[in-house]
Each structure stands twice: as structure tokens, then as C-alpha cells.
Design a protein around this ligand. Structure first.
Ligand SMILES: [Zn+2]
Length: 389
């Protein structure tokens, strides 16, 4: 989901500039079912004299493909119809959902729910802060959500589930132990148990979680059965450069070490000289998505696709599928459920394995997380009591 910043110019009558500390997010429908009345069209409208003269403005418009932001989140807009000093106009962020006939409304609503969940986190608010325009002045808005039985409730449910979604950072210490990883492979891919050791020896150099990388390799290769286009002898465990079309033998390596990486006419994806190189290329590729940092000092580039990645676009596993990535890019395209599946169907399985040294390690990392959550909660409590008291 792409967010385009296209602010109303300062000094326009529909950019009043009153400072906002948002307490609500107000949901609107555009009430414009015309073809072409998408987020970009509404952005153009907000730049017009007629919008300035009314004056009317809001913060964000969402359609089935993108989000356009018209105002900074700390400035107010005129969208709630509750007067100059109304809480709707002065303490809420206005979000318009498009209903253009040539758009996919269901998708626009999903995008809106995801956007609203993100705003809630950014503004440090809970789902209770999401309100209908009608709350401020009685107008029948958002009219599409209001007229559909259960429409508003299901929209709120979607917001809530995006808001509660737990994201799994790709760059962190492993949560699964090497023993758990080995045991998972012993059960599912007995000839490949040592892959666990390879991932554990390579990934930490890049601060990438080896358990996540291995989980992804298990998904990509079907537990190293290689049922797809890539063959086991290629040592390519994550389908790197496998685009669905076999190479013509001239696919550029884009800086990857030609003594260890090659392509071959008629073969799908890159070929790595040995398993260790293949694992390192895979880890490098995850690293490309997870961070904008340069490769660690002393490492040699093995991933021929590294240069093509939008760096830092997927710090979380759940964002590896473009469909679930806020920027609409990712490892897998369209990738519905791709990242979540890595966590749910592979990583969780690894974590559930009862290998000897597990519990202490998992408990320790749980402990660290709980301590951190407690710290955040205490901090919040302190700020609240400062305001209240
Ligand atoms: Zn409205």
C-alpha cells in the first residue's frame, strides 16, 4: 500500500494550521461514486479554489490502490461539520474511503482498516478512538459502511485485528534454538539436518534471525524436496532470481561474486557453488529487505538480486509479501499470506519442538520481551498521570 504525500499548500483557507493532538480518527466515505473519483482525484480537488473557499479538507484519502495524505497529522482539517472549535474538526484525523464505481471497494476498505490501525499506533491511540463522521454532526457518513448491515462493526473488527497484529523483526537474536531447528529437519527433511547448522553459522553475522531464514527456506523448497522450478543441485534455497522464466544464460549477476554464483541457460534462478554460499546469498537477500545498512564489513556479495531490492522495505517477516507490505513491495508478489505463513506454518512449528535446551532460551527471550512491555506500559502510565494529575 503506497502512501503519497501531497499536502494542501500552506496559507490556503482549507489548511488552517491549528495544531492537533489527535484523540480520534474520523471515518468518512467520499459520497462520490463517479468513475475515476479515486484518492488522486480527491487530492486534486483539495488543491482547488472551490475546496479552499468552502473550506473543506481532511488528512488522508484511501482507494483500492493507494493512500494520499493531504495534511500533516499534527494540523487540523475541516471535515467533521461540528464547527470551528468542534472536537471532530479540532481533535480528529479525517480519513476518506473512496467509493468510485471503477474501484474495488472491498479492497479500499481493507486498505483503510490497515491505514487506520497504523495511525492508531503512530498516535498512541486504541481502537476506541475510531469514530464515524456522523458522531460529530449527525450526517449519514460513512454512508457505505453505515448502510451495509454490520458494515461498521466489520470495519472496526478489521482495524482491531491489524492493530493487534504482532510483527516479527527479521533482524534479531534467534528465538528457536539450533537443537529445535535440527530436530525439525530430522523429522521433515532427514537428509538436510546440517542446513540448520549452516543457517546458524551464517545468519548471525548479518544479525538476521537464522530460525526465520531457515523457516523461509523450508517454505520455499517444501522442506528441501524442491518440488518447484529450482533444483536441489543449484544450492538456491530461497528461489533467488527464479522469476518463472528460465535464464537465457545472460542474467546479470549485479555485483555477485562470479567465482561462486552463476546462471545457466534453461535453468530457473541462480546457481551457487555450494550450500554455504547459497545460504549466505539467502541471508543477504533477507538483509536487503530488513535494513538499509550496507553489507557487513568483510562480506562478499552472493545475491544477484540484492541491488534490485527496495532496501529496508520489509523489516518484519509479515511484510515480505507485497500484499501485506505497507509500501506494496516485497519478496513475494503478490504474496498474500506469504510472510505470515513463514511464521505460522514453519517458525511456530520449530518453536513448538521439545528439544533439550529449548525452554530456558525461550523463557529468557519471553522474559526480555515482557520486561520491555512493562517498561513501555509504566512509561505510558507515568505520562497519563502527569496529564491527569
Ligand atoms: Zn463525512
Amino acid at each position: 500500500m503506497q502512501v503519497i504525500e501531497d499536502f494542501i499548500r500552506q496559507g490556503r483557507k482549507n489548511r488552517p494550521g491549528y495544531k492537533v493532538r489527535a484523540r480520534y480518527i474520523t471515518i468518512h466515505d467520499t459520497a462520490n461514486p463517479n468513475r475515476g473519483a479515486d484518492a488522486l482525484a480527491h487530492a486534486r480537488y483539495l488543491h482547488s479554489d472551490s475546496a479552499a473557499d468552502r473550506p473543506i479538507s481532511w488528512h488522508l484519502t484511501v482507494d483500492d490502490r493507494r493512500v494520499v495524505q493531504h495534511l500533516p497529522l499534527d494540523e487540523n482539517g475541516w471535515h467533521a461539520g461540528d464547527g470551528r472549535d468542534g472536537a471532530g474538526n479540532r481533535q480528529s484525523i479525517g480519513v476518506e474511503i473512496c467509493e468510485n464505481a471503477d474501484g474495488d471497494r472491498a479492497r479500499a476498505e481493507r486498505n483503510a482498516a490497515r491505514l487506520v490501525a497504523r495511525l492508531l499506533k503512530e498516535l498512541n491511540l486504541g481502537p476506541d478512538a475510531v469514530v464515524q463522521h456522523s458522531q460529530w454532526n449527525g450526517k449519514n457518513c460513512p454512508r457505505v459502511l453505515r448502510s451495509r448491515p454490520g458494515g461498521w462493526e466489520s470495519f472496526l473488527d478489521a482495524v482491531r485485528s491489524y492493530w493487534m497484529e504482532r510483527l516479527t523483526p527479521i533482524m534479531a537474536d534467534p528465538v528457536a534454538t539450533l537443537d529445535q531447528a535440527r530436530e525439525l529437519l530430522r523429522q521433515r527433511a532427514p537428509d538436510w539436518v546440517l542446513m540448520a547448522d549452516l543457517y546458524w553459522s551464517v545468519a548471525p553475522k548479518y544479525r538476521v534471525r537464522p530460525d526465520i531464514a531457515l523457516a523461509q527456506a523450508c517454505k520455499e523448497t517444501g522442506y528441501f524436496r524442491f518440488g518447484g522450478l529450482v533444483q536441489p543441485w543449484q544450492n538456491n534455497f530461497a528461489g533467488i532470481a527464479a522469476t518463472g522464466v528460465p535464464s537465457d544464460g545472460k542474467t546479470p549477476l549485479r555485483g555477485a561474486d562470479p567465482s561462486k554464483v552463476r546462471v545457466e541457460r534453461g535453468v530457473h534462478g541462480a546457481i551457487f557453488v555450494d550450500r554455504a554460499t547459497g545460504v549466505e546469498a539467502h541471508v543477504q537477500h533477507l538483509y536487503a529487505y530488513a535494513t538499509t545498512d550496507p553489507l557487513p564489513a568483510g562480506t562478499i556479495l552472493y545475491s544477484p538480486r540484492f541491488a534490485l531490492v527496495r532496501r529496508g522495505s520489509a523489516p518484519y517477516v509479515e511484510w515480505l509479501g507485497a500484499a501485506e507490505n505497507p509500501a506494496g513491495v516485497g519478496w513475494a508478489w503478490p504474496g498474500y499470506d506469504y510472510g505470515k505463513s513463514i511464521v505460522r506454518d514453519y517458525l511456530e512449528l520449530m518453536l513448538a519442538i521439545d528439544a533439550p535446551s529449548v525452554s530456558a532460551f525461550v523463557l529468557a527471550s519471553d522474559y526480555a520481551r515482557v520486561v520491555e512491555e512493562l517498561r513501555v506500559a509504566q512509561d505510558k502510565l507515568r505520562r497519563i498521570s502527569e496529564i491527569v494529575g
